[in-house]
Design a protein. Structure first.
Length: 425
């Protein structure tokens, strides 16, 4: 009955959210490519490639989830040499990254909308042997279609933000039947078990594996690539790096940079905005300050990086760029709420600083701060003071990194543990 009501009102919901959805796709670009896959329309070439397969269907929303899915797929491939996968993603940025980095045995497609005729068509083409959802992407029709066909359904790196958990608890009557259809739920930490049980998942189906995203065993590759990127910088440069910044944080970093440059003449500012479509807006704001601003692609093409501030204008390469940083500020933690992933720069060997709003990574942020593995600031003045102290003291930077690596040990091997459970499923 709940699913009947969901499908009854689904077209109305689509009409309400469609304008905003289309506007976002247009801003991010690339929305026309393979657009039919979103509504269950697949070209003959895709259908022919999948006709002789029973692939593992991996579903990831955007860039972060795509990276998790690819790590898990490689770990599964080690256990199953003949593995073939379909990786579906929702955003154009996630799709572009997956197309760029996925190996030939992974078919990259757009996620079909969760409406029963569209989902039925997707299942008839993909014909999955099992389905692996990344983080919290559990859709009613997808889950019901898998259950009806007796296709095992797993949720890996199962993460609930405080906001999502509150929303799910409020509507538990509606969401619990869908969560009960999950055959396997892999959670990063022990505290997550009770949270998923409260939402209707059977306790015997929940396993604590550690986080794939935080697993240091599968992150070392970034160091080898960063070397060629850092050639664009002077070896004597200090770099304040803003990773995955949100609106307002770029201007704060620029003001902090201008003050600190009086003490550190070789200091550079590097900003990687969370949403690339904001680049022109950011460049205009920073250009109004006494700053020489350029794009990273321009600097590499011209073979010079003599600007004061560089903006990363590509998607999916943030991990590679962290190698140039001296100190990394984690975005969405000062002027916005939620925070971004602090582990990527840590695994690149860089000390991290973040603001007071790390709700999406609350347990991890608390662990890092309590173990002197990261620095938390409250405002622009404390940010300037903390970054200045770290730029001045290389030993303090190294201690932060070493402590952070120690704090992440509980997640070591998380990818392999998750892959083993999915393999057995």
């Amino acid at each position: 009955m709940i699913r009947f009501i969901y499908n009854l009102f689904w077209p109305l919901g689509l009409l309400i959210f469609l304008p905003g959805y289309c506007a976002k796709m247009i801003r991010r670009g690339g929305y026309r490519e393979k657009f039919g896959q979103r509504v269950g329309i697949y070209d003959d070439e895709v259908q022919n490639r999948l006709s002789n397969q029973r692939p593992t269907w991996l579903h990831a929303v955007s860039v972060g989830e795509v990276n998790i899915a690819l790590k898990l797929a490689n770990a599964l491939r080690a256990l199953e040499p003949d593995l073939h996968c379909v990786l579906t993603t929702t955003t154009t940025t996630g799709f572009a990254l997956a197309r760029k980095t996925a190996p030939p045995w992974i078919e990259v497609m757009y996620t079909p909308l969760d409406y029963w005729p569209i989902m039925r068509r997707a299942f008839s083409v993909i014909r999955p042997a099992r389905i692996v959802l990344v983080e919290a992407e559990v859709w009613p029709n997808l889950a019901a279609a898998a259950h009806a066909r007796r296709i095992p359904l797993a949720l890996v790196n199962a993460r609930l933000s405080p906001r999502s958990e509150r929303r799910y608890r409020r509507f538990r009557f509606f969401v619990a039947p869908t969560f009960r259809l999950l055959d396997l739920v892999c959670v990063p930490e022990r505290g997550d078990v009770e949270r998923w049980t409260a939402l209707g998942v059977s306790r015997n189906r929940i396993h604590v594996t550690g986080s794939i995203k935080f697993d240091p065993d599968v992150q070392a590759q970034s160091h080898s690539v960063a070397g060629s990127i850092s050639d664009a910088f002077s070896p004597d440069s200090l770099v304040l790096f803003g990773g995955s910044t949100h609106r307002g944080e770029e201007e704060i970093l620029a003001r902090v940079f201008l003050r600190l440059r009086e003490q550190f003449p070789s200091l550079r500012l590097f900003i990687a905005p969370r949403h690339v479509e904001r680049l022109q807006e950011i460049r205009a704001h920073l250009g109004a300050m006494p700053l020489r601003v350029t794009l990273a692609s321009e600097a590499l093409t011209c073979g010079t990086a003599d600007a004061d501030c560089m903006l990363l204008d590509t998607t999916g390469e943030l991990q590679l760029w962290y190698g140039i940083a001296t100190v990394v500020f984690i975005g969405k933690s000062l002027t916005a709420h939620g925070g971004q992933n602090p582990v990527e720069p840590i695994l690149a060997g860089k000390p991290v600083v973040f603001g007071p709003h790390m709700e999406n990574f609350a347990t991890l942020a608390k662990t890092l701060v309590s173990n002197n593995a990261a620095m938390q600031v409250n405002d622009i003045d404390s940010l300037e003071r903390t970054v200045g102290e770290l730029l001045r003291d290389s030993e303090s930077r190294q201690r932060l990194v070493e402590n952070a690596h120690a704090a992440l040990n509980e997640h070591k091997g998380g990818t392999a543990r998750t892959a083993k459970l999915v393999h057995e499923l």
